[in-house]
Design a protein around this ligand. Structure first.
Ligand code: NDP
Length: 341
């Protein structure tokens, strides 16, 4: 690959994960076009990346919104690859189960249609583990892997999981029979160092949780992965010969909120008194879930300690993934440096 002659479109450049991907692609010498919803946001990312020591002379912006199909042909023009990270990721779930689908799925199809028409070679799509294991009971015989799909019909499938599942499914269907290759990256809950002072949803969740004493937590566990591994996986997926057609699940380990709270308190002793210590009975979580859209996603995983097969992702990277504890420590370092905690 002749990096300096290759232009890559990175959608959602202003996002937490995308900025890390951008830093790597610029360091590798690619010409990078980042889609943003406002040019001002693009300029803020340019300053952030420059301040972090990355060369930004090969970085350009294009204004594009997932809700507008007409924006995307211009965005992909001349691009050999597309990395599609943009998608709604609200900290609180909307009311309707399918509320996020029009932007997430149709937006993905707007990007893909333009990319396919422009002859883009390969698209790397940021999906999620919530497109893999929601709506299934736990299973002991094997971890959840790339062959699994979230059951959107299930009562416990919540709006964000539904949107990621339907967007990814639609993407696979759309590239079928075309020359354009697709790779999906399916991370767990992404933590790690922040680039710039915009928190993004992941760090917002941590900063908000740390603000209040929350003695009880639901009996759930979720995969946690470091943003540095997530960004590396996106970059590796652009060129790995074996990657097209695959879904790479990324989790550095499953952790419960009580375990995460203990880790946070280890690195931030002032949090010790506020951290969760006791399991909230499942019946109470189910009742709370009817009233709180923040609690509702936990219902799907109550008592289900699933495991996720990240071995293909480790093979893609040629190394193991960072632990959740490394990711938490790095998040806290950034939050502290920026005065959020
Ligand atoms: P952020 O909230 O930091 O970034 C989301 C990005 O999507 C922003 O750039 C945002 O733009 C853009 N976006 C949202 N809606 C639109 C729209 N209508 N048109 C154009 N752009 C839009 O989230 P992350 O970086 O954490 O997430 C990036 C991707 O990773 C998402 O697809 C998310 O689902 C996925 N993911 C994230 C995980 C996590 O724990 N963080 C876990 C698994 C998957 P703007 O700045 O203008 O709002």
């Amino acid at each position: 690959m002749n990096d300096s002659k290759t232009t890559i479109l990175l959608t959602g450049l202003s996002g937490f994960i995308a900025k890390h991907i951008a830093a790597r692609l610029l360091d590798a010498g690619f010409h990078l076009r980042g889609s943003v919803r406002s040019m001002a946001r693009g300029e803020a990312v340019r300053s952030t990346l420059a301040a972090a020591g990355h060369a930004v002379d090969r970085l350009e912006f294009v204004e594009a919104d997932l809700t507008r199909s007409a924006d995307w042909p211009r965005a992909v023009d001349g691009c050999r690859f597309v990395v599609h990270t943009a998608s709604p990721f609200p900290p609180t779930q909307p009311k309707g189960k399918y509320d996020l689908v029009p932007v997430a799925r149709d937006g993905t199809l707007h990007v893909l249609d333009a990319a396919i028409a422009a002859g883009v070679e390969r698209i790397v799509l940021t999906s999620s583990v919530v497109a893999v294991y929601i709506g299934h009971s736990n299973r002991a015989e094997r971890p959840f892997d790339e062959a699994d799909w979230t059951n959107v019909e299930s009562d416990v499938a919540y709006p964000y999981a539904v949107s990621k599942t339907l967007a990814e499914r639609a993407a696979w269907e759309r590239v079928e029979g075309t020359e354009t290759e697709l790779v999906a990256i399916n991370p767990g809950f992404v933590l790690g160092p922040l680039l710039g002072d915009r928190l993004g949803t992941s760090a917002q969740i941590i900063a908000t949780l740390m603000r209040y004493p929350i003695p009880f937590a639901p009996d759930v566990a979720f995969g946690v992965v470091d943003v540095r591994d997530v960004a590396d996986a996106h970059v590796a997926a652009l060129s790995a010969l074996e990657a097209p057609g695959r879904r790479y699940l990324l989790s550095g380990g499953m952790r419960s909120p009580i375990q995460l709270g203990a880790t946070i308190a280890e690195f931030e002793p002032s949090y010790e008194k506020r951290r969760p210590r006791w399991i909230l009975p499942n019946s109470v979580v189910r009742i709370l879930g009817h009233f709180s859209r923040q609690v509702a996603p936990a219902i799907s995983e109550l008592g289900r300690y699933k495991s996720i097969d990240s071995r293909p992702a480790e093979a893609l990277l040629g190394r193991g993934l960072r632990t959740p504890e490394e990711a938490v420590e790095a998040t806290l370092k950034s939050l502290r440096a920026q005065g959020h905690i």
